[in-house]
Design a protein around this ligand. Structure first.
Ligand code: PMP
Length: 472
C-alpha cells in the first residue's frame, strides 16, 4: 500500500502544487540568469565593474520589504537573495569581463618565496607575519614531557581543564576579568580557526559583516567562504589609519550581523583609541550586532590598546592565539571567548572539523601562560625594531609611514600615486632578493606594502636599505 492510499488525495494535491511552484521558481531563476548574462555583456562592453554595492543594497531593501509584506522570514529572503546575487556575478564574470588579478596575499607571497628558496637562493624574508623568537623553553619542555607521558589521545573539543583554568587565570591577571567560565572558552587550532568559526557562527549566506580596511585578508576570505559579504570601511594613511565611528555606523546594512575589530592592527600597526572603540562597540550593541574582536597582537601594543573585555556588548567574540606573543605559530593553538551559547555554536564547527587540538600542544599552551618574562622580552624587542625600522624607512624619500603603535609590521605608502605594490614586490624579490607583502592583499591599497618585523634588526635594516635602493 502506498502513502497516498493511506493519506488520501489531499496530500497528493498539495504535493502537486509544491512541484508546480518549485518549477515556476526555477523558471524565474533561469529568466534572472538570462538577464544577468545580458547585464554582464553590457558591463563587459562598457568596461564597468561587476560589483555594484548601491544596486545590491537597493535590492536587499526591496526583498526585505517584500518579506515583511508577505509575512516571510527576512533571514530566508536575505539568504535567497545572497544565492541569486552570487549566481548573477558568476554568470556576469563569464561574459568577457577581464578576470580580477590574483591577489598577492601574505600566504601567496609566502608560497612564492618558498618556491624561490627551494632553488637555493637566499632571501630576506619580510613577508611572513611571524616573529623569529624561539618559543619559551618551558613550553618545549612541557610539550616533550606531555608526549613522553603519552598525552597523545583525543580530548574534549573545548580544551583540557589545565588550559581552560590557565586561560581564566590569564584573563583575570592580564585584563582584571574574573567572571570567565569554562563554557565561554574554546581552544582552537590557531587564531585563524577561532576567527573562521566566529565568522561562520554569526554570518551565513546573504549576510554581511563590517570590517575595517586595511586588514588581515582572512576576514574577507572567511566571509566569502560562508557566502556572506564583507563591507569594508576604508581608512587611510593620511588619517593615520584611524577609523571613524560614524563611517562604521553608515556601513551597517539591514543584513549586517557583526563588526570585526582587530587592534593592534595587521598590517598598519594602528592602535585604535579607546573612545572610538567604545563608540563602535556601543553602536553594535544598540543594533544587536556581534563584535568580533581579534586581539592576537595585544602583547605588542605600545599605546593604550582597547579590549572588548573592558566594554562587553551583549554579543561578542574575542579571539586570540599563542602564535604571536609567545612566538608559537607552528604549534597551531589559539582560543576564543564568547557568551556560552555562542561558544557552544563555535565549538560545534571545531568538533565537526578537527575534534580537538592535540593534548600535548594544549599542555604546552597552558605552560606558555606562565611564561610572562619571555612575552615581555619579545614585546620589548619588537618595540625596538619598530623604532629602528621607522627611522630607516624615514630615509627613503619615496615612502611615507605612520609609525606603528603596535603589532609586528610596518605599512609604508609610496608617495607616487601610480605606484603598483604588486609589481614592486615582484621586482624586489627578483632584483634584490627581498620579500614584502603588497598592500592589495589587505584591501584597496596598491601604493602600500607590508614589512614584517619578524626578523633580527640587522636583517630588517638590510632589507629596508635594499627597498630604498630599488626605489632610487
Ligand atoms: N589574526 C590576525 C590579525 C593575524 O594577523 C593572524 C596571523 N597572521 C591571525 C589572526 C592568525 O594567526 P594564527 O592562526 O597563527 O593564530
Amino acid at each position: 500500500m502506498t502513502e497516498s492510499d493511506l493519506r488520501g488525495p489531499e496530500l497528493e494535491e498539495l504535493r502537486g502544487e509544491v512541484a508546480e511552484t518549485t518549477k515556476a521558481i526555477i523558471g524565474l531563476v533561469a529568466k534572472r540568469i538570462e538577464l544577468a548574462k545580458r547585464i554582464g555583456q553590457v558591463k563587459s562592453r562598457d568596461s564597468l565593474p561587476i560589483d555594484n554595492e548601491g544596486v545590491e543594497d537597493a535590492l536587499l531593501e526591496d526583498v526585505l520589504a517584500e518579506c515583511r509584506s508577505l509575512g516571510l522570514d527576512e533571514q530566508l529572503g536575505t539568504k535567497i537573495l545572497g544565492t541569486l546575487l552570487a549566481e548573477s556575478k558568476k554568470v556576469q564574470r563569464m561574459q568577457g569581463t577581464p578576470k580580477p588579478k590574483q591577489l598577492i596575499t601574505p600566504m601567496v607571497m609566502m608560497a612564492k618565496a618558498k618556491e624561490v628558496e627551494r632553488t637555493g637562493r637566499r632571501l630576506i624574508r619580510l613577508d611572513v607575519g611571524e616573529p623569529d623568537f624561539h618559543p619559551p623553553e618551558a613550553v618545549i619542555e612541557a610539550v616533550s614531557g606531555a608526549l613522553r607521558a603519552y598525552k597523545t589521545y583525543y580530548t574534549v573539543g573545548r580544551g583540557v581543564p589545565e588550559l581552560l583554568t590557565a586561560l581564566k587565570g590569564y584573563l583575570a591577571r592580564r585584563y582584571g576579568y574574573r567572571d570567565a567560565a569554562d563554557d565561554q572558552l574554546s581552544v582552537t587550532p590557531g587564531g585563524r580557526f577561532a576567527v573562521y568559526s566566529a565568522l561562520a557562527t554569526v554570518a551565513s549566506e546573504g549576510d554581511s559583516v563590517v570590517v575595517i580596511e586595511p586588514n588581515w585578508p582572512a576576514y574577507k576570505e572567511g566571509l566569502e567562504y560562508v557566502g556572506a559579504r564583507a563591507i569594508s570601511v576604508r581608512t587611510t594613511l593620511e588619517e593615520k589609519w584611524e577609523p571613524s565611528p560614524e563611517r562604521v555606523k553608515e556601513a551597517i546594512r539591514p543584513n549586517t550581523k557583526a563588526i570585526v575589530l582587530s587592534y593592534p592592527a595587521n598590517p598598519t600597526g594602528k592602535v585604535m583609541g579607546k573612545g572610538a572603540f567604545k563608540e563602535i562597540v556601543g553602536t553594535a550593541d544598540d543594533l544587536g550586532l556581534t563584535v568580533i574582536s581579534d586581539e592576537i597582537y595585544n602583547d605588542y601594543a605600545y599605546a593604550p590598546c582597547p579590549t572588548i573585555l573592558e566594554c562587553l556588548p551583549r554579543k561578542y567574540i574575542l579571539t586570540s592565539s599563542f602564535s604571536k606573543g609567545w612566538s608559537m605559530t607552528g604549534f597551531r593553538v589559539g582560543w576564543s571567548f564568547a557568551p556560552a551559547e555562542t561558544s557552544a555554536r563555535m565549538l560545534k564547527i571545531l568538533g565537526l572539523m578537527i575534534t580537538c587540538v592535540p593534548e600535548f600542544v594544549q599542555l604546552g599552551a597552558a605552560k606558555a601562560l606562565e611564561c610572562e618574562a619571555e612575552v615581555s622580552h619579545n614585546s620589548r624587542v619588537m618595540k625596538e625594531r619598530i623604532d629602528a625600522t621607522t627611522e630607516e624607512l624615514a630615509k627613503i624619500d619615496a615612502l611615507e609611514l605612520v609609525k606603528p603603535e603596535g603589532s609586528i609590521y610596518a605599512f609604508p605608502q609610496a608617495r607616487s600615486e601610480t605606484f603598483d605594490s604588486s609589481a614592486f614586490a615582484m621586482d624586489l624579490l627578483e632584483k634584490k632578493g627581498v620579500t614584502v607583502s603588497p598592500g592589495t592583499g589587505f584591501g584597496d591599497y596598491p601604493r602600500c606594502f607590508r614589512i614584517s618585523l619578524g626578523q633580527p634588526q640587522q636583517v630588517l635594516t638590510a632589507g629596508v636599505r635594499k627597498i630604498g635602493e630599488l626605489l632610487g
